[in-house]
Design a protein around this ligand. Structure first.
Ligand code: MG
Length: 280
């Protein structure tokens, strides 16, 4: 694969990504895929999807998990509803995550991505140990599939994430770095966080955002790539310094406005092409 192939975050029937046709129209060579709904995760659909990717010359680089009942309405709701942290839904979601990993395997994909949820910041909180245990269980399942698990950034500070990855003690746990999420959740200045997380970053999102007035309490705003506080040139230069050569996957989470979403992702592709030509 070329250095920094551009990608887009796509959805089939679940999640906030764009349709595969948008990736095709924008002529991008890679995608990440939000896991399709349970009833469509069949071997037949996997074969059909692979056939489409093949005919379009598009490579799938990561399958992202999402679960029913998750809500990103505001930060406290994320804390209550997202990922494997909430105890009430953990067992069922762990099972589903394994099924999604198996579906990703049918797609020949070696990477599974996940919003784990808000990991307790205090390692002596009993919930912390529970999250470690379930993460290991999932990682061991992925390992048997020949897969890595990438944790999406945002809900933890860089230091919190590094501590957690170290405590998990598995060699197939990495990070999908989303610089905008650091801003939206108010968990830290994204470039400094990226430098800290460094070599654990095995995939990235290209997304932009602006800080909230009260970071960490209220959401910041997600904005078109280049219009926010990330600083895309500095972002790419920092990735370059870290030796990151993987895909640059664009996310623009305004699925309710598909036309605007497509247009702004098209502009993001253009921006990344220009920066690649300048830096890469
Ligand atoms: Mg993201």
């Amino acid at each position: 694969m070329e250095k920094w192939p551009i990608g887009v975050f796509t959805s089939v029937d679940a999640g906030l990504g764009v349709k595969l046709e948008v990736a095709q129209e924008l002529n991008v060579p890679t995608i990440q895929l939000h896991a399709p709904a349970k009833e469509t995760r069949t071997a037949e659909n996997a074969q059909a999807f692979l056939g489409r990717l093949d005919s379009l010359g598009i490579q799938l680089t990561c399958v992202f998990c999402g679960f029913e009942g998750e809500s990103y309405a505001d930060i406290p709701t994320v804390s209550k509803t997202v990922g494997l942290v909430p105890p009430e839904t953990r067992a069922a979601r762990t099972q589903e995550l394994k099924e999604i990993a198996d579906f990703a395997k049918l797609l020949g994909c070696h990477c599974v991505g996940l919003h784990l949820g808000f990991i307790p910041h205090d390692a002596s909180d009993p919930l912390y140990e529970q999250v470690l245990t379930v993460t290991r269980e999932v990682l061991d399942h992925c390992k048997a599939n020949g897969q890595d698990l990438h944790l999406e950034t945002g809900q933890e500070s860089a230091d919190g994430l590094l501590q957690f990855v170290s405590d998990v003690e598995r060699d197939n746990l990495f990070v999908n770095f989303d610089p905008a999420n650091m801003i939206l959740y108010g968990t830290g200045e994204p470039i400094a966080a990226l430098k800290k997380i460094g070599s654990l970053v095995h995939s990235v999102h290209c997304k932009d955002g602006t800080w909230a007035d009260k970071p960490g309490e209220e959401w910041g705003a997600e904005v078109p790539l280049g219009a926010g506080a990330v600083g895309m040139e500095t972002y790419l230069r920092t990735l370059d310094d870290l030796g990151y050569v993987g895909p640059l996957t664009i996310e623009r989470e305004i699925a309710s406005e598909p036309e605007r979403q497509k247009e702004e992702i098209g502009q993001a592709v253009q921006l990344l092409r220009e920066l690649k030509a300048k830096i890469g």
